[in-house]
Ligand binder design. Structure first.
Ligand code: QAP
Ligand code: CO
Length: 168
């Protein structure tokens, strides 16, 4: 297993729209294992392949408190079930140190493939629903900072570019 490098905002590669996974094989399962290791190491609750510069429609998440509920979604398709939205203070491993309130549909239906390539469907609400929607946004090249004002987003961008320069 390996810890993968996580791309950080405003890296333009985070804007890539990911392509559907065509075959779920051992190579993809190795990537999934590395993504879990990277996410748990951070630590984080969700990671999309786009964040580790792999532009395939694949995400992992675990919203449990003790890393006991790993879930994989390959080629996820999401449908909102209610018009009502919930607000959540979102963060992102690609936007380290920043949190902003985002509103998203409170209940969603998800269709996806599991790590064996088997289709499954489920409904989600609460943090799980927030997290799945946040991660699917990554696959479409979107970030939670896109939902806040340009002023806030520009401030976050400037601060992150500064720490990235200091590191380099
Ligand atoms: C997405 O985010 C998410 O700023 C997953 O310094 C977040 O795992 C979905 C993290 C909130 C729903 C609600 C962020 C770690 C982890 C940071 C994460 C940081 C270290 C974020
Ligand atoms: Co994120």
């Amino acid at each position: 297993m390996a810890i993968l490098e996580i791309l950080e905002f405003p890296d333009p590669r985070l804007r890539t729209v990911a392509k559907p996974v065509e075959t779920v094989d051992d190579e993809l399962r190795k990537l999934i294992d590395d993504m879990f290791e990277t996410m748990y190491d951070a630590p984080g609750i969700g990671l999309a392949a786009s964040q580790v510069n792999v532009h395939k429609r694949l995400l992992v998440l675990d919203v449990s408190e003790d890393q006991s509920d790993p879930r994989v979604f390959i080629n996820p398709e999401i449908t909102p079930l209610v018009e009502e939205c919930q607000s959540y203070d979102e963060g992102c491993l690609s936007v380290p140190g920043f949190y902003e309130t985002v509103e998203r549909p409170a209940r969603v239906h998800i269709k996806a493939l599991d790590r064996n390539g088997e289709p499954f469907e489920m409904e989600a609400e609460g943090l799980l629903a927030v997290c799945i929607q946040h991660e699917i946004d990554h696959l479409d090249g979107k970030l939670f900072v896109d939902y806040v004002s340009r002023l806030k987003r520009d401030r976050i961008r400037k601060k992150l570019v500064k720490v990235q320069r200091q590191r380099a």
